[in-house]
Design a protein around this ligand. Structure first.
Ligand code: G4P
Length: 548
């Protein structure tokens, strides 16, 4: 049994990712959350990990990206909310005391869309997510794709509509767009008073307070509390016209949207929406305070064998990310583990389930703000970094002894494909080893054509091919060459009808390949070929992710 104190440690954890289309303001918001948490003291301390569009073949940029992303992979800090306490002091009723100091773990996701798969995997390690949307651009492609993963996993999400200090879309239109494009119900919990040049502030529906906007300041002015939006003081502060408009808008919100339901949010069906400007530190505190109260503490995780509850006393965890060391002379990596249950203790033996081997770790690290420190213990919800010399693959499980396999680390159908060839016949072994390790790290996916045995690499974007080639050369002293391959999609196939599956595989032999686990993959070279196959073979299911 976990002690009461250990249970409290787990309950106070909030592990989440901030996701957005590049440039919506993810880095800026992360930084402001760290500022509020007291984890950093100056703005500008968090480096954007994105590779600028113009620099796709700039190796320094890629190296920088890898270096920065290990430093900022996880940012942990403690936060004590002020809201309930302020309310209590002011004598407000119906406020529960909350003296909890929350432990927040923000998982960073790569900014560049070619690393989308990395982001998808990071989403398997979080208990909730904050989606940042640019008020002028609305929902963009990358947001849509990331949200699909959240929906698939029923991850609770909050939406932060950023850049309200600029002219953008109408807030009601934005809410409709989010609802329509992201396929989730929304409920505004804060509401902007104008935007752009005329942006005056945000009315906090969740807390019934008004924050007035001061464009040149990096701090929010005192928030002013109202029990009623018709309070004449609001008009005195923002002007009659805006006060009237705010009242109308709030009436409309009450009329159109159902009251906020925490249960629907936790079920991943309803997204509370906040408005603000991360750059101006505006609306961020509201988001954070609401977040710590309603966002889930570590959630149960589904393993193939059973559901694992965070409160179990036995430790379990899975590896969702491997970060290779940038120093090519030391082939050591950091394997990032999400703790699913119990408590992890340094120098204790745990079972590496795939290898059926006991291992212990003398120098596990945790991540506090931007520092990496050795930890003696860590709890469910935490992310720990384990120094690794090639023992771990993405998806590996560590336990106190039980044979568990965690589900939910799907590979997605890649979008670009190339044949990989050895460009230096003397270095075949190095190439094979390098390719195998990069695939274990999840850099890209490897398929083997059944027609000619050639190796095919599938990626999300061109940049990954460049990274693979570069890293093979620098870390494994191997040289590769790419051969173009016309390909539309790779689908994992399965069927209960063994005879039909067999016929299909024979007839489509030229399109068949196996993935790294030996599973059958149909490589359609055009949408038409895929469509025809789907029409002709009704008993075969074509999956676009490897998890089904
Ligand atoms: P990302 O991580 O989602 O890619 O976005 P990031 O935070 O890097 O923000 C992208 C750009 O948007 C940055 O400008 C940032 O300063 C700006 N930005 C973020 N939040 C706001 C906001 O609330 N209002 C306004 N007006 N701008 C905002 P940049 O010029 O690309 O970068 P920088 O040179 O300022 O760092």
């Amino acid at each position: 049994m976990l002690t009461n104190q250990e249970q409290q440690e787990i309950l106070r954890r909030r592990t989440f990712a901030i996701i957005s289309h590049p440039d919506a303001g993810k880095t800026t918001l992360t930084e402001k959350l760290l500022l509020y948490g007291g984890a950093i003291h100056v703005a500008g301390a968090v480096k954007s990990n994105k590779i600028r569009k113009t620099a796709t073949s700039d190796w320094m940029e890629i190296e920088k990206q890898r270096g920065i992303s290990v430093a900022t992979s996880v940012m942990g800090f403690d936060y004590r909310p002020t809201f309930h306490n302020e309310k209590r002091e002011s004598g407000a009723e119906n406020t529960k005391a909350d003296d909890t100091v929350y432990h927040i773990n923000i998982l960073d996701t790569p900014g560049h869309q070619d690393f989308a798969e990395d982001t998808f995997r990071t989403l398997t390690a979080v208990d909730s997510a904050i989606v940042v949307i640019d008020a002028a651009k609305g929902v963009e492609t990358q947001t849509r794709r990331l949200m699909e993963v959240c929906r698939m996993r029923k991850t609770p999400v909050m939406v932060f509509i950023n850049k309200m200090d600029r002219e953008g879309k109408d807030p009601f239109d934005l809410l409709d767009e989010v609802e329509r494009e992201l396929g989730i119900h929304v409920r505004p919990l804060s509401w902007p008073i104008n935007q752009g040049q005329r942006f005056k502030g945000v009315y906090n529906i969740y807390q019934s307070t008004l924050d007035l906007y001061q464009p040149d300041k990096t701090h929010v002015t005192e928030s002013i509390r109202f029990d009623d939006v018709t309070d004449p003081q609001i008009a005195a502060l923002v002007g009659d016209k805006d006060a009237e408009k705010l009242q109308e808008d709030l009436e409309m919100i009450e009329g159109v949207y159902n009251p906020f339901s925490e249960a629907d949010y936790l079920a991943g069906e309803l997204a509370p929406v906040f408005f603000g400007s991360a750059l101006n530190t505006f609306g961020v505190k509201e988001l954070l305070e609401c977040f710590v109260h309603i966002a889930p503490s570590p959630r149960p995780v589904q393993a193939e064998e059973r559901e694992v509850s965070p409160m179990e006393d036995k430790f379990t965890g899975f590896c969702f990310k491997i970060h290779a060391n940038m120093d090519p002379n030391h082939r050591s990596c950091i394997a990032f583990f999400k703790i699913c249950s119990g408590k992890f203790v340094r120098n204790t033996y745990y079972k590496h389930v795939r290898k059926d081997q006991q291992m212990r770790f003398a120098a596990p690290t945790c991540f506090m703000a931007q520092r990496k420190e050795t930890v003696d213990e860590a709890y469910a919800g935490d992310i720990i970094g384990l120094p690794d010399t090639g023992n771990f693959k993405i998806g590996d499980t560590l336990t106190s002894g039980e044979n568990l396999h965690f589900k939910g680390l799907p590979s997605f159908s890649p979008e670009m494909f190339k044949y990989i060839e050895n460009a230096d016949p003397m270095k075949q072994k190095q190439l094979d080893k390098g390719v195998a390790q990069l695939m274990d790290e999840g850099v890209a996916q490897l398929f083997t054509s059944q027609l000619n045995g050639r190796k095919i690499i599938g990626t999300v974007g061109q940049l990954q091919f460049e990274v693979i080639q570069y890293r093979l050369e620098h870390e494994y002293q191997a040289k590769c060459r790419w051969q173009p391959l016309q390909m539309y999609k790779a689908c994992w196939i399965e069927s209960d009808d063994a005879a039909e599956l067999d016929t299909f595989k024979k007839r489509k032999a030229q399109y068949m390949a196996t993935d790294k686990d030996g599973r059958d993959v149909f490589m359609a070279d055009s949408a038409y070929v895929l469509q025809m196959a789907q029409n002709d073979y009704k008993h075969i299911t074509f999956h676009f992710t490897s998890e089904f």
